[in-house]
Design a protein around this ligand. Sequence first.
Ligand SMILES: [Zn+2]
Ligand SMILES: [Zn+2]
Length: 253
Amino acid sequence: MTACPAHPSAEAVATCDRCGRFFCAAEEVPLDGKRYCGECGKRPDVDWLGEHYRPLIGRRSGFAWSAGVLALGLGALSVLAFFSFDGAIVRRLPMVLGLGVLSAALFAFFSGVRWGRVAPLLAAPLFGLGLGLMSSEWLLVGTLCALVPLLFGAAGWTDVRSKLFFRVEVDRPALHKHFKLYGNNPLAVVASRLAFVSLLIPGMSVLAFVLGVIALARVNRTGTPPVTNAGTAIGAMIFSLITGIAWASAFLA
Ligand SMILES: [Zn+2]
Ligand SMILES: [Zn+2]
């Protein structure tokens, strides 16, 4: 048997995929199909994915911020509904309560309390029920308003950033997929969006092209983390070049 160099009383189980030294079972760090020794496993360049996402645990996601804004808006609507509708209080109460419940549920999502993740999903049918008690004229509005918390509820269950915000475990393949979409050279994605905007707004072509060039310069396939998305950057450059020429010829004609 080979003894572990770091823990001589323990038996070595394999060699590290980074530094090559033997390691024992107790210190082994398995990561993305590779096996590392305890020392290498702690390195930020080995677990760059973990390094990238660890600070985002408990940090408010984009969905959570928009839930907060919507909670304010719907809360204000609830107050408005209470004071502005004519007729008996019994008629407008379901609307006032429904909007109030929606607002509270979205605020719970924004605040990050454990049950806030499920609150919008529970509030949506409650709001529907509240409006069902009212006349049929509210049915369409109620359905549309109930869709909003459903969207946030769905985000709470599937959106990686929202899962991290609620401190829900996210597995490595999901983190890799998320990084590929949003963490990997996001400037290239911005450039490609601006390239599409440049179809409508003349000056955007130049901006999209410049951002595409910068994004392309940032590509570093062997870096940690690897920066790719070169195709997106090149696509944005070509597209904005075409729209730029089209706008220029339109102005000169
Ligand atoms: Zn090692
Ligand atoms: Zn060891």
